[in-house]
Structures are given as C-alpha cells and as structure tokens.
Design a protein around this ligand. Structure first.
Ligand code: NAD
Length: 496
C-alpha cells in the first residue's frame, strides 16, 4: 500500500503522519505521510517546472493520448485492489466500488484520451468588415498548473474526472485528496509512475485542507483550482484565489429534488428513489434528499418505499451482500443524527430508521439506519440544508406547478429526478427546474460525454463532456490582417 506523497515522480515520506480510519470498524488502516509547507512548495515547484520547461506541453498528441490510456489500463489492472481500498477507506459497499467507482475512473481517462484532440481542434473565423479583413484563429491550450481538491465521498472517481481532463488539456497537476480518504489517490501515484509520465506532471499530496489549502490555492504559480466539496470550504477557496485572480471551478453541495408524479411506474419510482437517497449511505452530492410525491399515490408510495428501505442490508463493506455501509466518520454520523432530531422537533415524522442499528456486529463502525421522514415542510432546516446521510425527506404535492415550486425552493441547484410515464410532460417540467442535471425515470447516470455541474449555490463550471474539458483550457484568439491591399488597419491611424 502506498502511504507517501508523490512529487516529481518520487515517493516522499514525511515525519508527520496521519492515521487513516476504516469507518466500518473504527480501526486504523494505516498512517500516511502528511504534507506541510515544505512539501507544498516542492509540489508547486515541480508542477510549475514540468509545465514551463518539461515536455508535457510539447509532446505529440499521440504520446499524450498513450500516457492517458496507460493510466486507464493501470487502474483497470488494479481494479480489485483499488476497490478493496476504496471500500475499506470510504465505507462504500464493495459492489459499488468494484462495479462503479473504479471502472468508471478508468473509463474517464480512456474517454478523454480518445477525445481531447477533437476538443482542442483549432477554429478559424474569417472576418470581413468595411475597414479591414482579418482571420481569427481560436486555439485552446492547457492553463498551466491546476490544483485538484477532492472530497471523501467518491475519492478516486472525482480525482480521476479532474485529473483526466486537466492532463488531456495539457496541464500539470497537484492532487489533494481528502485527509479522510487518501488511499486510492496515493495508489494512483504508483500507476502514474508505472505509466512513465514525465517528472512533475502529476503530484499527489495529502494533508489537512485547513493547514495547506490556502498555501496551495493562493500561490501565484498555480493557475487554476478545480474544487469539489462543501460550500463552506468552496467559499474559503474563492477567498484565497481572489488576490491573484485565478480560474476556479466549484462543484459544491446540493439539496436535490425527486418528483414522483401520479402516473409514474410506481415500482420503478420506488426503487429509483431508494437508490437516489441510500446509495453510498446518502453521501452523494446529487442525493435526492427531498422527495415530492403526488397526492393520489402518496400513501402507497410511502408504504412501499418504507418497507423496502427497512430491507436494505447494512453490513461490512467487503461483503458483496452488503447494500449499505457506514457513514464516513463518527462526526458525520453525529451531524446526521442532529438533523433528524431537529426535524422531529420541528414536526417531521420518522416512519423508519432514525437510529443507530442495534446489530452487535456493526457497533464499532459509524452505521446509521436508512431513515424516512414524512411531513417535511419547506420551513424546516432539513428541507433547506444538506444532510449528507441516508435520510429521505418526503413531502406531498397536488399538481405539477406546485411540485416545480417546491423543487426550486432551494439555495442549491445541482440535480433533480422526475418519475412519470408522460415523457413530453417531463421534458417540459425539466426546463422549469433549476438544476444542472435532470434525470427522467432514472437516477445517477453520469456519462463522460455529458457536462455535469450545478446552478445557484451548487457552484459553477462543469466537469466532463466537451464543456467540462474546456474549463481546463485557455482560449486564445490569434488575429492576422488579411485586407486585400495588404494595408493593415493600424496604417489608418499613423500611416506616415
Ligand atoms: P469538504 O469541503 O469538507 O472537503 C473537500 C476537500 O477540501 C477535502 O480535500 C478537504 O481536505 C479540502 N479542504 C478542507 N478545508 C480546506 C481549505 N481551507 N482549503 C482548501 N481545501 C480544503 O467536503 P467533504 O466533506 O469532503 O465532501 C462533502 C461535500 O462535497 C458535500 O457538500 C457534497 O455535496 C460536496 N460534493 C459535491 C460534488 C459535486 O459534484 N457538486 C460531488 C461530491 C461532493
């Protein structure tokens, strides 16, 4: 297991260590090196030098593509080990890591390897005006050094999204995983070393965001910050970057809405809604934590949803039968419990869960039962704030207009889901919903081809697709005068 920082293609051990905990058991898995000011400086120097003087920016597109494909291959070859590590460290059921997180990480490197050249294609614009003719060439290049800061809920996947796009665009990177879940990011260092990337192109440093975040984000030698995480940290990062005016993308929190219309396929809507709030223990930025159900089917939906929620199998994460693991930490569980207690005090009804499971085998981990609350009103804190846990809040509505108003009654705008057999109506509703992604009769389908990212306080900037990729590039407009007489426009002013 890799436990050291990866800087300039070397693994660097530090005297300061940090313990990494398995949230299923509460036990320490391993201690990893911890970056401080000295290692941040080394990482920035290394990435800067690799961008300014290294070959990464000047090698052929074919070579760049081959490096990215090797990383993808490396992830796939180590899929089982990475899935074990991700599950043990992030508390994710092994079924999810093995079939989703790890293969999807590899697929993102492969997708951008195969498509970046097309996305970087130069565009030429001919301009004819009364005073001069010109040709503008639009070229897209890497921005320079990009710092990638990622959360603990999808540690390798979000790191891979960011890294694949940033590298394919020609940048060099410094990846900072969450201190809670650094293990798969550190393994990525080994895969990158084996893929033979030039020195300094990828640097991976672990460390507390509080301790090293400002150093990383405010430094003039860093050109861009790509951040995924909470709103409170996102705002701090915006503060760090304003002095030196940097490009940032912010993928922040959510309070997403699922609307179940009376004409929905009920079984599909129930199963889909379960996934949308209980996968990854509800620790998903796109968790459908607010479920709106139309009057006609409300009682039946609650009955079916609750009876299935009770059947979700909690267990140790390396067991393939396990459907729900622990929350990431004791602190996170305390936060979720406080939200549920507060909602009860404000009048919501707990129809299932709301407690720590009494199974003796789960007492050392940070488990919490799948929880269903009904009677949740827009005035309640739990309606407005991100809980980031397995808590479904169900509210009834009478017509589509009311459902749209309820869904849009949020400071966030990350995602939404619509359940109905009337696809034309769903398409129309989708246009009225303030969210960066709207799923119809499905949940959680992310594609490398489709740009993803929130509206309102869920952030700005996109990840994935052509538009997400272009965030990691700078656009230059190179203009040449093509006036037939060969008299450049400037002669008009001072043509002595
Ligand atoms: P977090 O904001 O606490 O941490 C995210 C990252 O920021 C971590 O690597 C952390 O070490 C680092 N960090 C902390 N303080 C910092 C500082 N002062 N300067 C720089 N970096 C700092 O978030 P989290 O608890 O790891 O993740 C959960 C949050 O992430 C939720 O709000 C969730 O909605 C959000 N999220 C959003 C998306 C999305 O695509 N919109 C995806 C996943 C998670």
């Amino acid at each position: 297991m890799i436990t050291d920082l990866f800087i300039n293609n070397e693994f660097i051990a530090t005297a300061n260590k940090q313990r990494v905990v398995n949230p299923s058991t509460g036990e320490v898995i391993v201690s990893v090196s911890l970056a401080q000011q000295e290692e941040v400086e080394l990482a920035i120097k290394s990435a800067r030098n690799a961008f300014d003087n290294g070959p990464w920016n000047s090698i052929s597109y074919l070579e760049r593509k081959n490096y990215l494909l090797k990383i993808s291959q490396g992830i796939l070859e180590n899929c089982a080990q990475l899935a074990d590590l991700e599950s043990s460290n992030a508390g994710k059921p092994i079924k999810e890591s093995s079939f989703m997180d790890i293969p999807s990480s590899a697929a993102t490197f492969e997708y951008f390897a195969n498509n970046f050249e097309k996305f970087l294609e130069q565009e030429t614009i001919q301009i004819q005006s009364q005073i001069a003719n010109a040709q503008g060439s639009l070229i897209r290049q890497g921005r320079g050094v990009v710092v990638l800061i990622v959360p603990w809920n999808y540690p390798l996947l979000i790191a891979s999204w960011k890294m694949a796009q940033a590298l394919a665009a020609g940048n060099t990177v410094i990846l900072k995983p969450s201190s809670l879940t650094p293990l798969t990011a550190l393994e990525l260092g080994k895969i990158i070393a084996l893929a033979g990337l030039p020195k300094g192109v990828v640097n991976i440093i672990t460390g507390s965001g509080e301790a090293i975040g400002e150093l990383l984000c405010s430094d003039k030698r860093v050109d861009m910050i790509s951040f995924t995480g909470s709103n409170s940290v996102g705002k701090k990062i915006l503060g760090y970057t304003c002095e030196n005016v940097k490009k940032t993308i912010m993928e922040l929190g959510g309070k997403s809405a699922s609307i179940v219309l009376a004409d929905a396929d009920l079984e599909l809507a129930v199963n889909g809604s379960l996934c949308s709030i209980f996968l990854n223990q509800g620790q998903m930025c796109t968790a459908m934590s607010r479920i709106f159900v139309q009057d006609e089917i409300y009682e039946k939906f609650i009955k079916d949803f609750t009876s299935k929620a009770k059947r979700i199998k909690l267990g140790q994460v390396l067991d393939y039968e396990t459907q729900m693991g622990p929350l990431i930490s004791a602190q996170q569980r305390e936060k979720v419990i406080a939200y549920v207690e507060d909602a009860k005090a404000q009048g919501a009804k707990v129809v299932c869960g709301g407690v720590i499971p009494d199974n003796p085998a789960l007492q050392k981990g940070f488990f919490f039962e799948p929880t269903v609350l009904t009677g949740v009103l827009p005035s309640m804190d739990i309606f407005k704030e991100e809980v980031f846990g397995p808590v479904a809040c169900i509210t009834r509505f009478s017509n589509a207009d009311e459902a749209i108003k309820l869904a849009n009654n949020s400071d966030y705008g990350l995602a939404a889901t619509l359940w109905t057999k009337n696809i034309a109506a769903a398409q129309a509703i989708a246009k009225s919903i303030n969210a960066g992604t709207v799923w119809i009769n499905t949940y959680g389908m992310f594609f490398n081809e489709l740009p993803y990212g929130g509206l309102k306080q869920s952030g700005f900037g996109k990840e994935l697709g052509r538009e997400g990729f272009l965030e990691y590039t700078c656009l230059k407009n190179i203009v040449s005068d093509t006036t037939p007489e060969g008299r450049p426009l400037v002669n008009y002013w001072y043509g002595f």
